[in-house]
Write a protein that binds this ligand. Structure first.
Ligand code: B12
Length: 220
């Protein structure tokens, strides 16, 4: 579990949460989420220490043929519903007057991480526009053109979308030379930033690094 630190134990036993997910027991997942939030865990920690490890384990079980695609989809759908459930806690009364456009890399269908990135921005008073997964370079660029954001965030989960990510970055830089662009996601964690050839693109390893970066953007 990438983000679990011995000093900050998981407040929801991850095996209990994972078992509920695998059983398709949405009410139990809701109850465990509420229990975690009630015991003081914040939403970012919930995402990184409960939801992310559970989904990574689901991926491993699927890869090892121990669960079906249907079970994987069921678990994913439950997590997406939980994101909607916690959303009221994400909205901040303090508004920053800033806007982020977040997208997955073009062609990329893994969207939960990108949605979490939107939520972290919203927690810090930003407005967040999410383009949906699987959009093309032209479609994402169209949203950036229309929204005129203060920043763009892109998420990469699987390495074979790296070329499309690079195309996206090149297209943004050509039209918006100074627009800050953030990239992240498990795809980049695996590959690293070395293949990315675009100046002024910031790689952030996780939501903690993102929170720190938002402070610098907002105070700058
Ligand atoms: C659910 C799922 C799917 C769903 C996604 C549905 C959805 N609504 O998102 C569907 C069915 C579409 C899918 C499809 C595929 N998948 Co899939 N999938 C997963 C699974 C189980 C969970 C993904 C997830 O949500 N993870 C949890 C999120 C929270 O984690 P995260 O994305 O890393 O985000 C966190 C951080 O990285 C960070 N972050 C993310 N983005 C950004 C951006 C910025 C700017 C910042 C700061 C931070 C940040 O924030 C998040 C919170 O910490 C993973 C397993 C895994 N390891 O994740 C496999 C996995 C990613 N899939 C995999 C594969 C192979 C595929 C397919 C190729 C399968 C196929 N043969 O068709 C396709 C590819 C489709 C495509 N074109 O993209 C592999 C990838 C292997 C690899 N080495 O690249 C994995 C790892 C499964 C496995 N173990 O083999 N998948």
């Amino acid at each position: 579990m990438a983000h679990e630190s011995p000093a900050v134990p998981l407040l929801v036993p991850s095996q209990e949460f994972l078992a509920a997910l695998l059983a398709g027991d949405r009410p139990q997942c809701v109850a465990l989420t509420e229990q975690a939030l009630a015991s003081g865990i914040n939403v970012t920690e919930l995402y990184q220490r409960v939801y992310e490890p559970a989904l990574y384990q689901i991926g491993q079980l699927w890869e090892a043929n121990r669960i079906s695609v249907a079970t994987e989809h069921m678990a994913t759908a439950i997590i997406e519903s939980l994101l909607n459930q916690v959303y009221p806690r994400v909205i901040s009364a303090r508004r920053a007057g800033r806007l982020i456009v977040v997208s997955t890399a073009p062609g990329e269908l893994h969207q939960i991480g990108a949605k979490m990135v939107c939520d972290v921005f919203e927690m810090h008073g930003w407005d967040a526009v999410y383009t949906g997964a699987g959009a093309t370079v032209a479609e994402i660029l169209g949203v950036v053109r229309a929204q005129r954001p203060d920043c763009v965030g892109l998420s990469l989960s699987v390495g074979f979308h790296l070329n499309q990510l690079q195309d996206m970055l090149t297209a943004i830089r050509a039209e918006f030379p100074d627009l800050p662009v953030l990239v992240g996601g498990q795809g980049l964690r695996r590959i690293g930033m070395t293949p990315i050839q675009t100046p002024g693109v910031h790689y952030l390893a996780d939501l903690d690094a993102l929170r720190d970066f938002i402070f610098t953007l907002t105070s700058g």
